[in-house]
Design a protein around this ligand. Structure first.
Ligand code: UT7
Length: 332
């Protein structure tokens, strides 16, 4: 049986930078509050007419393909994680397939929010292990800023979420090579409404109306406190699950790349795992929370900064809307 290995990673974020001070001009917030509660200093938001989820993903994918030394024509399948697709129908995978000029390969969309990239990686890993595909493009990309409630009421979400894309090229290697060791996926739908975007829902007589728009049901709604409390517990559980499945100790981790939801969550997890600063990668300070984009963007930045070396044990972990949570353990 084959194993899958990340051959290259890339990322792209919109050019427009929104600082905490920029936000403080439009909603009742301030740099101190945002930095203290979330760690974020600035984030990237898209420019309408310039950036689309597809264009962000295309740029990230081209970088990942180049670094992997793989041509777009060699890719057998796309797994695209996003909860903010350019169209309601179809998904974003096909738009990326078109933009990259690929053959008529399969393209699958994954809607698992902040855990989306790890879910996508897990699916790609299974296809490679079974021998069905040899090279898969795995993408996480979002434009969250157009569905944020930019008002005092929505400020706890408005200051966190951001736009961007990351991509990884996954390839089949022999079983004795470094690669993905295991992935672990979970969900608990009883908390679906703690972090959700209600509309455009299909189970309505009219999906879109001025009344619905005015009600704010198209905006992302989050009960931040509840999400935070569940996140810290589930992060630890799912990381320990991955370590136990591979009979490894937390001290074996060379780099933990947590979903970038809140720096305090990452710091809590870091302290529980007793990892030194250099073994945990955070970029939320300048990226914000780009949902499915955060892990591949972080992987790409960590790689660029020389923080990931061949053979390193990397742990990925995420928690978010659903609730869903997931982890992956891999040798680079
Ligand atoms: O990626 C998907 C998963 N998402 C997460 O993991 C997010 C998890 N949750 C969080 O990161 C945090 O809950 C938030 C950063 C969203 C909020 O931080 P918090 O420490 O939970 O604050 P809070 O919601 O309990 O609010 C504390 C206070 C409130 O004021 P009062 O009631 O104490 O007077 C809020 O109204 O802070 C106020 N507040 C703000 N003040 C300034 C909330 N948002 C802001 C803001 N600026 N942006």
């Amino acid at each position: 049986m084959k194993k899958s290995r990340i051959l290259g990673v890339g990322h792209y974020v919109p050019e427009k930078i929104v600082t905490n001070d920029d936000l403080a001009k439009i909603i009742n917030t301030n740099d101190n509050w945002i930095v203290e509660r979330t760690g974020i200093k600035q984030r990237h938001w898209f420019t309408p007419g310039v950036d689309t989820v597809t264009s962000l993903a295309k740029n990230a994918s081209e970088m990942a393909l180049k670094r992997a030394g793989v041509a777009a024509s060699e890719i057998d399948f796309i797994v695209f994680a996003t909860i903010t697709p350019d169209y309601f129908i179809p998904g974003n995978g096909v738009l990326l397939q078109r933009e990259l000029g690929m053959d008529t390969i399969g393209a699958l969309d994954i809607r698992n929010a902040c855990s989306g990239f790890i879910y996508a990686l897990s699916i790609a890993d299974q296809f490679i292990k079974t021998g069905m595909y040899k090279k898969i493009l795995v993408v996480g990309a979002e434009i969250q800023s157009s569905a944020l409630d930019i008002s005092d009421e929505g400020r706890s979400s408005a200051v966190i979420f951001a736009d961007g894309a990351g991509a990884a090229v996954l390839g089949a290697v022999e079983n004795d090579q470094p690669g993905i060791l295991s992935t672990h996926l979970h969900s608990q739908g009883e908390y679906a409404e703690e972090l959700y975007c209600k509309d455009p829902g299909s189970s309505r007589e009219v999906r879109l109306s001025p009344e619905l728009i005015a009600s704010g049901s198209f905006n992302l709604t989050m009960n931040g406190n509840a999400v935070f409390k569940h996140a810290v517990v589930r992060f630890m559980e799912v990381i320990n699950e991955a370590l136990e499945a591979n009979k490894m100790d937390k001290s074996a981790i060379d780099l933990l790349v947590p979903h970038q939801a809140n720096l305090r969550i990452s710091q809590y997890v870091q302290s529980k795992l007793e990892l030194p600063d250099e073994k945990v990668f955070n970029n939320i300070m300048h990226m914000g929370n780009t949902t499915a984009g955060t892990i591949p963007i972080a992987l790409s930045e960590a790689w660029e900064q020389g923080k990931i070396k061949e053979g390193d044990l990397i742990c990925l972990a995420a928690f978010g809307s659903g609730f869903t949570w997931a982890s992956a353990l891999l040798h680079w």
